[in-house]
Design a protein around this ligand. Structure first.
Ligand SMILES: Cc1cc2nc3c(=O)[nH]c(=O)nc-3n(C[C@H](O)[C@H](O)[C@H](O)COP(=O)(O)O)c2cc1C
Length: 462
């Protein structure tokens, strides 16, 4: 039986009482493998370290298109994924020597529930078919040959494996899965744009039908379809041969907590069309830090230096310029922005001071006591009109609001990197306390974010 968004959302709020009550011990032996492989199918190499797009990160954020640097289809696919989904660094835990991979796209708890499938059509020198991206080796698993009914030359289908997040975060994990999908969407869209490709996003589709077309493992749920440059003819009709491959088991006993599956079911079914067409920006490129370097160097700050180092007002305004999204309003806890008094501001094109004074303790406290929200130069509460979006799209609208918030977060990460700052997405906060602190009577907090000067992370290897 389905579970509506209100009940799911209410049941997955963080409150101090719930945190005290739930002692969720992690079962390390049952930790899900962060990498899915489909075994027994041909695997194609994607060239490591492909040529970097020749465009500045800020110009891509402003909507400018780069020119395609790829020599052929293999290079093109390699670039698209290298700058959106691949492994970009390693961390080593000093006490144990345990190493783990970090990727271009961020993920709550670094658990990476998002899988990248893609279908190709009419690319020169690359067989039409269905592929799964293998980030651990930067390779493409060829899961089918022929026409899988996706119209664009490249169609990326993002799926989520809720168990990966739920292992750690329980029922609240579904929210993180949706936010992560939003990050991955924006990562693909920006990477495509940097190479001169336009991305259209489709969220309304028949989940069962798309899952069947992908032949994906049952623990993978399709979430978003990203069509890169659909200048070709309409949906296929050609023959297809799905080899599929055998998905690896991610852990011995995957078991979802009780609310995720019923709520996921409530969000299935296409509902009214939800499609986002990418808008081309206007104006001449302005230059600045290169796109490739910025996205490959994107990292979540462990914490920020605090003290009295300020962000300039121009940097602050530039960050806000990437944060305008339908159904979403951004509130900013200004700690240290030159020329702007500390306080909480509501941003709706203009800045409106809604609480004056030092907000460092409040911002950290509301973010579940995470100091980084107070040590940043500015922290954000991202508020979605969940009533409005679900009235329009049904429970599936809950997905869309989170996708949009995740995409906004990804733009903030890249904008911060382009401006020489660090950033961290924050999925853990006291929901109701945030709402009441910000005097919100319509809408719900769904994401937090912090931007500032990052502390050095000793665990990071290039
Ligand atoms: C949706 C989402 C929620 C996150 N929540 C938190 C958080 O509450 N606290 C935190 O320190 N980091 C948080 N992060 C950052 C992740 O821990 C980080 O992305 C992950 O460890 C991978 O590191 P990287 O971003 O440097 O690749 C979040 C990231 C995302 C995408």
């Amino acid at each position: 039986m389905g579970l509506d968004w209100r009940r799911y959302h209410e049941a997955t709020k963080h409150t101090p009482e719930r945190l005290r009550r739930t002692a969720h011990a992690l079962d390390w032996d049952n930790m899900p493998n962060p990498f899915r492989h489909y075994e027994g199918v041909p695997v194609f190499d994607l060239p490591a370290d492909p040529a970097a797009p020749e465009i500045a990160a800020w110009d891509v954020l402003r909507g400018c298109f780069g020119t395609e640097p790829a020599a052929d289809a293999v290079q093109l696919l390699s670039q698209l994924l290298f700058y959106s989904a691949s492994i970009s660094a390693t961390k080593v835990v000093p006490s144990t020597g345990y190493r783990y991979a970090l990727r271009v796209n961020p993920s709550s708890g670094n658990l990476h529930p998002t899988e990248f499938h893609f279908a190709t059509r009419g690319l020169d020198g690359w067989p039409d078919g269905l592929y799964h991206y293998r980030p651990s080796q930067h390779m493409a698993e060829q899961r089918g040959r022929g026409d899988f009914g996706f119209a664009a030359p490249i169609t990326v289908v993002l799926t989520t494996i809720a168990w990966r997040e739920a292992w750690k975060y329980g029922d609240r994990a579904y929210r993180y899965c949706l936010l992560d999908i939003g990050h991955a969407w924006e990562a693909v869209e920006l990477s495509g744009r940097a190479m001169g490709w336009r991305c259209s996003v489709v969220g309304s589709f028949d989940d069962g039908e798309v899952a069947a077309r992908l032949g994906a493992a049952p623990d993978e749920w399709p979430m978003l379809i990203l069509e890169l440059d659909h200048a070709t003819t309409g949906i296929g009709g050609g023959a297809s041969d799905l080899m599929g491959g055998t998905p690896n088991e991610l852990s011995d006993s995957p078991e979802l907590p009780e609310l995720i599956e019923p709520f996921h079911e409530a969000t299935c079914g296409p509902g009214p069309e939800w499609r986002v067409e990418q808008q081309a920006g206007s104006g001449q490129p302005m230059g600045g830090r290169a796109f490739g370097e910025t996205v490959r160097g994107r990292r979540s700050a462990l914490d920020f230096v605090g003290g009295d180092r300020t962000m300039t007002f121009q940097q602050f305004i530039a960050l806000l310029s990437v944060a305008t999204v339908p159904w979403i309003t951004v509130f900013v806890y200004v700690h240290r922005v030159a020329g702007l008094a500390p306080g909480v501001y509501k941003y709706t094109g203009d800045l409106e001071l809604i609480r004056a004074g030092d907000q460092r303790v409040a911002a950290a406290g509301l973010s579940l006591g995470q100091g980084l929200a107070g040590n940043a130069c500015a922290a954000f509460s991202i508020i979605a009109d969940l009533e409005g979006v679900t009235a329009r799209y049904g429970d599936r609208g809950y997905r869309y609001a989170h996708f949009a918030a995740g995409a906004l977060g990804q733009r903030l990460y890249i904008a911060a990197g382009a401006l020489g700052l660090g950033a961290t997405g924050i999925g853990a906060f006291f929901d109701d306390r945030v709402n009441s602190y910000l005097h919100i009577d319509h809408g719900q907090v769904i994401y937090h974010f912090a931007v500032g000067y990052p502390v050095q992370d000793e665990r990071l290897e290039a």
